[in-house]
Design a protein around this ligand. Structure first.
Ligand SMILES: [Zn+2]
Length: 301
């Protein structure tokens, strides 16, 4: 049964917790829910970490893509319950980072947790899944491609190689022509290249190019973090063309950084000299040293 809520309204959730000093503190964790504007069963839940996609399937309950930072499960669940009486059956984690998997343990009854095999390996032993929380690790993994469910419910998971991490998944809601790209495309900005979890700035452009070539039929995109425009349904937001542009941006970044590396420039010089803003005026080049350093480290190996 579908419930009616005022879309775009902020759902406020008060969560009580004990501070380190043992003081009961009231904390408010707010998420915003917006229809993606393609059907009445796909929603963007923002706030508290990476974007969560919420799909109410026809025959398979509620599917969540990513669960935000630790402690945000109640907010997500309250959002689900405002929309439907269907249970959350399935969680897909786009990658291993805590701001995307942190509230997996809040979903006690979920039977299926799916991620790339490398992402599961990175999650294993992390704080989120320690101390009895191992059972909330992904219990289903894949290597290149996996399809969940059939017909209108079909969800395709794709992995094209290292980028943000070595376990990045692009999730495609096939019938709706919408993709959740995780942090492989988080926002129009320099990426965080997590080399400690197998990320690669050298492979990143090729990985994105393979995604652009290998995925068909996607029109709209939920990026990992970029703030959505106000209002619901979400309109005029990211499209597959933005992913295509991001692939070009990453190639230009790598070419630029490689040229500096080969010319013997320092990381600071290379970062200061990045010549990308003219071609990509709406991109943020903040934290350029971090991205350049990651690529330098890899080129120097
Ligand atoms: Zn991430």
């Amino acid at each position: 049964m579908r419930r009616t809520i005022v879309m775009g309204a902020l759902l406020a959730i008060g969560a009580a917790g004990l501070t380190a000093a043992g003081v009961l503190q009231q904390e408010e964790r707010r998420v915003a829910v917006q229809s993606m504007g393609v059907a009445e069963n796909l929603y963007l839940v923002s706030g508290g970490g990476g974007h969560t996609a919420l799909l109410i399937t026809q025959n398979n309950g509620v599917v969540l893509v990513d669960t935000k930072n630790p402690g945000w499960g109640a907010s997500i669940l309250q959002t689900v319950q405002a929309l439907t009486e269907e249970p959350v059956t399935t969680i897909i984690n786009t990658h291993a980072h805590g701001d995307h998997v942190g509230s997996n343990p809040d979903f006690q009854d979920v039977v299926r947790v799916v991620a790339h095999e490398n992402a599961r390996e990175s999650m294993t032993g992390s704080e989120v899944f320690a101390g009895g929380n191992e059972r909330f690790l992904p219990n289903e993994t894949y290597r290149d491609r996996l399809t969940l469910f059939e017909g209108l419910d079909a969800i395709d998971l794709y992995h094209f190689g290292p980028g943000h991490t070595n376990g990045d998944t692009i999730v495609v809601f096939r019938a709706l022509e919408v993709a959740h790209t995780g942090d492989l495309f988080a926002r129009k900005a320099l990426p965080f290249i997590d080399r400690s979890n197998g990320g690669s700035g050298v492979s990143y452009p090729d990985t994105l190019a393979r995604a652009v070539d290998g995925i068909e039929g996607v029109s709209r995109v939920i990026p990992g973090h970029a703030p959505p425009p106000p209002g619901s349904p979400v309109r005029g937001w990211m499209t597959w063309d933005d992913v295509r542009e991001y692939a070009a941006f990453m190639q230009d970044l790598l070419d630029d950084v490689r040229a500096s590396f080969e010319a013997g420039r320092s990381v600071d010089e290379a970062a200061a000299g990045l010549d990308l803003q003219g071609k990509y005026p709406d991109y943020s080049l903040d934290r350029a040293e971090r991205a350049v350093q990651a690529i330098y480290d890899e080129l120097g190996q």
